[in-house]
Ligand binder design. Structure first.
Ligand SMILES: Nc1ncnc2c1ncn2[C@@H]1O[C@H](COP(=O)(O)OP(=O)(O)OP(=O)(O)O)[C@@H](O)[C@H]1O
Length: 477
């Protein structure tokens, strides 16, 4: 007799390994395959009733979890954090204790290796804690459920027997179950046919024993009449929703089935798998092109220069569409637009004012004006006007004494086209000379002489004569 199964030392790996032809050790005996309820150790030497669990505070050795009967190291320490149950019957007090630890692996009490659950005696909060359970070392009995078995949807592994008893439920919800020693359904009623994946259950029968005793379906309830698998399920389902599919039609993300990656808040990786999660600031359901905050199709809260942010940076404010804008730039734009609006609004007013000013004067023909003896056009009634009454438009000539402008004279409510000669120099003598010249000019009335119309004695004296629209006679000689 040997007290260990034959092994060899592998000098390459520096470890003891089983011989190829050797067997696995269970207690004092050697077997070729582990008996039900046991897992093959990761070094293929032993059959273990429990895979090594993660020891809190010791990260040198990763805990292991049973996968298809073999203990495999966990990718993340949190996945194989284990808690030991203090009693066989699950109570609210036990749930409170486990809630704080957040363990996905539960080890039943060694003396009574049983997790006995009566949901009717548990609070909803305790049922949520039960829903965290993924791996149970021990037996699991659930009884007297009336309604949903949603707390079983994460259950992946039971080292012992799983029993559902005296239960009335429309669906079993065992979407994650991979392994158990045996499953017994006893007096389970009210099941909906559409939510009972017979094909999948038959597949599971190849791995472990499934007994159905007094299992009945409800063909009359309104719930079962409407029962159907989620459109993204294929191969049936264990209940309603994308979480309870047997398999997914397109993408599986976090144990749920999705039509595309954006629905799953992931970026599209390839035709069969989604990439990592979109950034937390991306809007749910709109997808992203990568994991960063600049890769979101749409932002959950605010968008600052194409990057999704939880709040706009200093000096920026969000608009009604959640886009952050620079307050300085906005103020500049507002002032510009305001000014433009002001100008646009004042333009018609200015035009109106100008027109009213213009229409105060009646445009008259100069010849008629001069022919009218009542008009002040001789020296006796020489028209003396203000600067405001004369508007100069453009230069039409220059002489020895000044510059001549084409212009308009407003007088007695009328507007006359005139030539305005602005004299150079500002001496009082000039004013007197001007008056003298004006006196002469005002008396001259001849078709070949230009009539003096008015005099403007401002700082720059101006002689205002009738405008000859065709210009200087000399140009035609
Ligand atoms: N009433 C008018 N209508 C049209 N054009 C005019 C009129 N008065 C003067 N001009 C133009 O202005 C130019 C200069 O006129 P201005 O009276 O200054 O000439 P001037 O008699 O040669 O100068 P000055 O009297 O100072 O010696 C003229 O050659 C003519 O083209």
């Amino acid at each position: 007799c040997e007290n260990a199964c034959p092994t060899d030392y592998d000098p390459g790996k520096g470890v003891i390994v089983s011989r190829n032809d050797s067997t696995l050790q269970v207690g004092n005996i050697c077997v070729r395959t582990c008996p039900p309820g046991f897992q093959e150790s990761s070094d293929s030497r032993f059959c273990l009733s429990e895979c090594p669990v993660q020891v809190p505070g010791d990260d040198r050795r990763r805990g292991e979890l049973p996968v298809n009967g073999i203990c495999r190291p966990c990718e993340r320490a949190a996945d194989c954090r284990a808690c030991r149950l203090s009693a066989a019957i699950f109570t609210d007090a036990e749930a409170d204790r486990l809630r704080a630890d957040g363990c996905p692996v539960w080890q039943a009490s060694e003396l009574q290796p049983m997790l006995d659950v009566d949901p009717q005696r548990l609070s909803n909060a305790s049922l949520q804690v039960l829903g965290q359970l993924r791996y149970l070392y021990g037996n699991f009995v659930v009884k007297r459920v009336k309604g949903s078995l949603d707390f079983l949807t994460n259950l992946t592994f039971v080292s012992g027997n799983l029993g559902l008893m005296m239960t009335n439920t429309p669906y079993l919800g065992l979407a994650s179950l991979q392994s158990a020693k045996a499953v017994t359904l006893f007096r389970v009623s009210g099941l909906c046919q559409a939510w009972y994946p017979a094909e999948r259950i038959n597949k599971l029968r190849e791995r472990f024993e499934i007994s159905e005793i007094n299992v009945s379906f409800d063909n009359t309830s309104a719930e079962c009449a409407k029962a159907a698998c989620h459109p993204q399920c294929t191969g049936g389902c264990w209940g309603p929703g994308r979480r309870l599919c047997v398999a997914c039609l397109r993408y599986r993300v976090n144990d749920s089935c999705y039509a595309d990656c954006k629905e799953a808040h992931r970026f599209a990786w390839n035709a069969t798998a989604c990439g990592a999660a979109c950034h937390a600031e991306c809007k749910i359901g709109f997808g992203c092109s990568g994991p960063g905050p600049a890769d979101c199709v749409s932002c959950r809260r605010f968008n600052e220069s194409g990057v999704c942010v939880s709040e706009c940076s200093r000096g920026h404010r969000p608009d009604s569409n959640g886009r952050c804008y620079s307050v300085m730039v906005a103020v500049g734009i507002c002032l510009g637009v305001g000014l433009l609006l002001l100008l646009t609004a004042s333009l018609p007013l200015a035009v109106l004012y100008y027109r009213r000013r213009i229409t105060r004067y009646e445009a008259v023909d100069l010849d008629e004006y001069l022919r009218d003896a009542s008009n002040p056009s001789d020296m006796v009634k020489l028209l003396i006007v203000n600067d405001d009454d004369v508007s100069k438009q453009r230069v039409i000539g220059t002489g020895a004494f000044g510059t001549v402008f084409k212009g308009m004279l407003r007088s007695h409510g009328r507007e006359l086209p005139v030539a305005v000669k602005v004299l150079r120099g500002r001496s009082p003598k000039l004013g007197q000379e001007l008056l003298k010249e004006a006196g002469v000019l005002a008396r001259v009335r001849h078709p070949c002489c230009i009539r003096l119309v008015a005099l403007c004695l401002t700082q720059e004296p101006q002689l205002i004569t009738a405008l000859m629209p065709r210009g200087c006679l000399l140009d035609f000689v």
